[in-house]
Design a protein around this ligand. Structure first.
Ligand code: COA
Length: 261
């Protein structure tokens, strides 16, 4: 599928690299980019040979420096609500994909950029990355899920510290508070992300999907319901050929050969 504002590269590794490609505007998310992100992640979900994705930004300065402030400035209340709901739907699509998505945060992840990174399964940051929700400085609140995902990731107090001050934090601080999973030199960010996904993709595909679904569903449930969901996911895995293969391979002291069945 041809894209105008993103790059979509899939190779034999089974990993799609999705790059927001507007470096001259620090990869700020226009409505067109958000629409293309939806198409790109629908493609990731539907193409069976793609098993995972890495999301990053073009250039060395920014992952995504937020929603396009030019567009925000012209929104009526009704349009603002639609703008937020449409973006939220795309980010939720990324969050609920049946395949793992890594945010490779290669620079500024501000506003909608930080919200986009938080929609991914895990976040790896380059050492020059900065994170922040500066919306209060613009007279708004985050509209792409920031007020909801940030406290779920780092806790209420730290989330409110970032949301109320609007001040950015550096990658190391983001790591310290649990917002990112690892910090690596910028030149190694993509190879680090690929290597991590390589280990993930050696595991059984249905098990990966069930882990993603169980965590996502469980965060919206009480413990009892979450445990019950987990037991059902466990039963789904137990019905797969990969479960027989994985357990047998362990007992036979060999590497498993998973087929996704
Ligand atoms: N929306 C629209 N345009 C943006 C943008 C955004 N979120 N972020 C950056 N840009 C544009 C700038 O207006 C500038 O455009 P110009 O060259 O036509 O003047 C270009 O990108 C480069 O930005 P600049 O500020 O010169 O780059 P920098 O490297 O010095 O600083 C940032 C980078 C990200 C720190 C700075 O651009 C910034 O603070 N951006 C806004 C971040 C923000 O508030 N995001 C939340 C939005 S809800």
């Amino acid at each position: 599928m041809p894209y105008s504002y993103i790059r979509f590269e899939a190779d034999a590794s089974g990993i799609a690299l999705v790059t927001v490609n507007r470096p001259e505007k620090r990869n700020a998310l226009s409505t067109d980019i958000v629409r293309e992100l939806r198409e790109a992640f629908e493609q990731v979900e539907h193409e069976p040979e793609i098993r995972a994705a890495i999301l990053t930004g073009a250039g060395e300065k920014a992952f995504v420096a937020g929603a396009d402030i030019g567009e925000l400035a012209a929104l009526s209340p009704a349009k603002a609500q639609r703008f937020a709901r449409e973006g939220q739907a795309v980010f939720r699509l990324i969050e609920t994909l049946s395949k793992p998505v890594v945010a490779a945060v290669n620079g500024y992840a501000l506003g909608g950029g930080m919200e986009l990174a938080m929609s991914c399964a895990v976040r790896f940051a380059s050492d020059n990355a900065e994170f922040g929700q500066p919306e209060a400085k613009l007279g708004i609140v985050p509209g792409y899920g920031g007020t909801q995902r940030l406290p779920r990731l780092v806790g209420r107090g730290r989330a409110l510290e970032l949301l109320l001050s609007g001040e950015p934090i550096k990658a190391e601080e983001a790591y310290r508070i649990g917002l990112v999973n690892a910090v690596v030199p910028q030149a190694e960010l993509l190879s680090f992300s690929r290597a991590w996904l390589g280990k993930v993709l050696a595991n059984a595909p249905v098990a990966l999907e069930m882990a993603l679904r169980s965590v996502d569903a469980g965060l919206d449930m009480g413990l009892e319901s979450g445990l019950s969901y987990e037991a059902a996911a466990f039963a789904v895995c137990a019905a797969t050929e990969d479960c027989s293969e994985g357990t047998r391979a362990f007992l036979e002291k060999r590497r498993p050969a998973f087929t996704g069945k």
